[in-house]
Ligand binder design. Sequence first.
Ligand SMILES: Nc1ncnc2c1ncn2[C@@H]1O[C@H](COP(=O)(O)OP(=O)(O)OP(=O)(O)O)[C@@H](O)[C@H]1O
Ligand SMILES: [Mg+2]
Length: 583
Amino acid sequence: MKSLLATNKYFWKYKWLVFGGGLFIFFSNYFSVYPAQSLRDAIDAVVEYVSNEQTDNLIYIKLLWFTGMIIGFSLLRGIFMFLMRQTLIVMSRRIENDMKNEIFHHYQRLSASFYKKNNTGDLMNRISEDVSRVRMYTGPALMYALNTLFTFILIIGAMFKVNATLTWYVIIPLPLLSVLMYFVNDIINRKSEAIQEQLSNLTSFVQESISGIRLVKSFAREPAMRSKMEDQIMDYRKKQLSLAKTDALYFPVNLFLIGMSTLITIYIGGVQYISGKGSLGNIAEFVFYVNMLTWPVSSLGWVTAIIQRASASQKRINEFLDTSSEIEYKPGNDFIFKKEILLEDVSFIYPDSGIIALKNINLKLQKGKVIGVTGATGSGKTSLAQLLLRIYNTTSGSIMADGVGIEKYNLQQYRRQFGYVSQDVFLFSEQIKNNIAFADEAHIGIERIEESAKKAAVYENIMEFEEQFETMIGERGITLSGGQKQRISIARALAKDPSILVFDDCLSAVDAITEKEILGELKKVIHDKTALIISHRVSSVQLADEIIVLHHGEIVERGTHEELLNNGGYYADISQRQQQEDF
Ligand SMILES: Nc1ncnc2c1ncn2[C@@H]1O[C@H](COP(=O)(O)OP(=O)(O)OP(=O)(O)O)[C@@H](O)[C@H]1O
Ligand SMILES: [Mg+2]
């Protein structure tokens, strides 16, 4: 329950809606008492008319009057109920919206290591499922709890005023109803959750088998997939049927207990009437009250179950909101790259796995210069690039940009200086031009987009598509080849016109001629920039001013292409082998 205190700030934000909602609930209940009283008066008037053998026509006017009252009050009640939903349910939707924004904002700030620890499905769930459960608390649960409170005060108050003894008898079965409803709701909730979970298993299964359909077909695994699907659906059906059974209990239990209260009313009321206490109208009035109490009382159990679920969800949300990123977005100096970035004795151990990725790296990235990085797979090349962009903090040693430690700079501003092409290309399912202009869609115009595409040697390819730069890519559009994707991601980095370019193995899927073309373009723009080119291929790094070779996280060779060839080490070795492959 304590975790739900976190929602109080929202109630405070929408305090006028809470207040208005409370007021409307009060009035809707206030007017609900009167129809019962009019009913009593109408019945008593008829009884009197019949027993006194009156013959005037006044009774018809009276009955019309009472009917009018009942309709009028019911109408008023309805209006206030409408207003109550309009305030409280609307408020809960706004809170839901605020919460989603808050969570998404937090997602964007958390560091790469957070995303390694949590799986995507779980993170998606918090922003969708968990938030909607909390909404059930801030909206419907709050509304029905207040409603129950006012109904109790007003209706039971009215009942006691009319006939205290009868009231006591009538309300005896009600707590039992509440408790029973709580248990029934609890079971329903648990079963619905199991169904939800199974449904998401089912959806991911279908989704994966659709995205992996080519693999499935090429391995001829269709029958196996079908039988897995049948199992999943069977499980889903079983859970649905079990819920249906509990659901079926809901109304009978409710009706049974209400029936009990009604019976008690008629019996005790009848006995009292015979012994001269109370009127026939009273009995009708009480039956009316009992029916009005049904929903509030059974909703009490419902509300409790909802609050429990919401509090579990809010706890999960809080846990996550309390996670802070070890790489903070705090205000810092602005960074405009002027001279150099210096890595001094940098070592890096992945915090979660303990893998030593880099050891004692000393490296200088100077303006106008290109650094090449090569080395076997797993030698730490990508890790180096990520440290440079401050995706992770170094474990020891320092990275100084223009003489200042990079952690002193404003993080976003610092990263904006970079054009990073990562090893695993990711493109959004959008138009090509939006992907290239990703760095700043508002300011990167079509000319710059086309120019970057030309530099990345992908312009011709794009022009061959029917819709050219407006071509949709990804699930809703065309599928690009590996090399096309890489070059679009290079264009995306170039369109930003950054001061520091970091290419992580992004020429691996292009042919030798295209590679030369792209590197030639890079040479042209490099004079007021710097670049770090990571590659397995000698041809990609050979033009660099300095090449470093990494081995198990350490720099084992460094120098220019010629120097390294003369060295006769790893570099000379792979250079020779790659040349042979080319022929
Ligand atoms: N996010 C991570 N969490 C934990 N360990 C990691 C992570 N990324 C990489 N590693 C480990 O760090 C080491 C260096 O990996 P890195 O990705 O830097 O190599 P690489 O030189 O880029 O390799 P490749 O040429 O295959 O891209 C490897 O042993 C790898 O298993
Ligand atoms: Mg890598």
